[in-house]
Design a protein around this ligand. Structure first.
Ligand SMILES: *Cc1c(COP(=O)(O)O)cnc(C)c1O
Length: 428
């Protein structure tokens, strides 16, 4: 007889097949990587004035391809998106103690990039259905030291860039975007990332397209592009401008992407559109499979946005369900549902911010004369993000697997099984 007992209570798991890991690295990448190795030139950068300052042929070809794909004037390749974020914050000319408003619902590098220039991250709350930074919350936090907004196009969907741009213009702020999770997503027919003064994408192993590790910055601003290129490659050794304003933050790094990675990234870019369609198909199948489950809300599309699904984000009405989220997630995992995340990020609550341990032991930069004001990272400053993280958000890491329609049907079946027997989870 069929045993329908929940797996977490000792029954057989609903899902028996294994899921195919998502992998777009194939013969094309192998061929170009081999070509670079045969050429013997694995990187051609030199951190000194001259043509080689801009990198080798594969880096430049990838940059040209990315600029064309995303429809921007400049693309600047870097060795990670964390590097890209640091370069972007430096390029806008942040002064120590300047504030940048960002979101706590992100990968921590968004916020630490601000600290790397001794800037002060200020956390705005997020919208409960898109999980993106809430423009209303942003505006309330603007003060005399605010210099920029760093928006994050989280989970695969653009922020409300019209509202953010309007606020930035009104207050004379720069607008940056961390579009690590949303390459190829559109916002009113433009690509996410390209509506900011500087935006860009991650090319790490877990992102839509990747070359192992890497990142790509995009901008339409000639001056900012030049500053990004300088910070990427030992700015201090090559800056010869006589305009003092241009010398701001000319402490450079080695953020150079290698030739093999650049060649692979260029092949990956060609696969982005197909990759996105695959994810959108999988997400649409999840939408159908999970429809009608009480107390569960599947991803909500924002106005004017296409979604490229890095994470398939859902919210739970736990009052209606009568079961805490973590119990439901544990039960779903026991049934074999892959890639489930329970909550996401509340970066402001990290020890880094709670104990102010960025540089040294004395609370720098918050305790320095550059920051003579109270900046709060207390629990409660971002109630929406905090509630979602602690209680009501659940996601599927849709980027991990290549879901067939049968896979999705199995996952949906596991959800239905857990939902229909959720009363059994209430006790204990
Ligand atoms: C992945 C990611 C980063 C960091 O990118 P790396 O290439 O791993 O340095 C930054 N921000 C967000 C939102 C990300 O998802």
């Amino acid at each position: 007889m069929h045993d329908d007992t929940l797996a977490i209570l000792g029954g057989p798991p609903a899902i028996r097949n294994s899921f195919r890991r998502f992998n777009t690295i194939g013969e094309e990448e192998l061929a170009v990587a081999t070509g670079v190795i045969r050429s013997g030139i694995l990187s051609a950068y030199i951190g000194a004035p001259g043509d080689a300052f801009m990198g080798g042929p594969r880096v430049r070809a990838f940059e040209a391809a990315a600029a064309e794909y995303f429809g921007v004037k400049h693309a600047v390749a870097v060795n990670s998106w964390t590097s890209g974020l640091i370069a972007a914050i430096g390029a806008i000319g942040l002064e120590p103690g300047d504030e940048v408003i960002t979101t706590p619902w992100t990968m921590v590098a968004t916020a630490t990039a601000i600290l790397q220039w001794n800037g002060i991250p200020v956390f705005a709350d997020i919208e409960p259905d898109s999980f993106n930074i809430d423009p209303v919350s942003v505006e309330k936090l603007i003060g005399p030291r605010t210099r920029a907004i760093l928006a994050v196009d989280i989970f695969g969907q653009s922020c409300n860039m019209r509202a953010l741009r309007e606020i930035a213009s009104r207050h004379g702020l720069k607008l940056l975007s961390d579009t690590a999770q949303a390459p190829g997503a559109t916002y009113h027919d433009q690509y996410a990332g390209t509506l900011a003064d500087i935006g860009g994408f991650s090319l790490n192993y877990h992102k839509h397209i990747h070359c192992g590790e890497g990142g790509i910055l995009v901008t339409n601003d000639d001056r900012l592009a030049r500053r990004l290129q300088l910070i990427r490659n030992h700015a201090e050794a090559v800056i010869d401008s006589d305009d003092p304003a241009e010398l701001c933050n000319m402490l450079g790094y080695n953020f150079r992407l290698g030739e093999i990675e650049a060649a692979i990234a260029q092949e990956q870019l060609k696969k982005l559109a197909a990759n996105i369609s695959g994810r959108q198909r999988a997400a649409a199948a999840f939408d159908v499979g999970l429809a009608g489950l009480p107390g569960l809300t599947t991803p909500q599309g924002s106005e004017g946005c296409s979604h490229v699904y890095y994470i398939y984000g859902m919210t739970l009405n736990t009052d209606e369900l009568g079961v805490p989220r973590d119990k439901l997630v544990a039960a779903l995992r026991a049934e074999g549902v892959p890639g489930l995340v329970s909550g996401y990020q509340n970066v402001h609550l990290y020890p880094l911010f709670q104990h102010r341990i960025a540089f040294g032991t004395q609370g720098f930069p918050w305790t320095s004369p550059y920051c003579e004001r109270e900046i709060s990272y207390q629990r409660g400053i971002c109630p929406v993000a905090e509630r979602l993280h602690a209680k009501t958000f659940m996601g599927i890491n849709i980027c991990l697997n290549d879901y067939t329609p049968d896979d999705v049907a199995q996952v949906a079946g596991a959800f239905r099984k857990v939902w229909s027997q959720r009363n059994a989870l209430k006790a204990g």
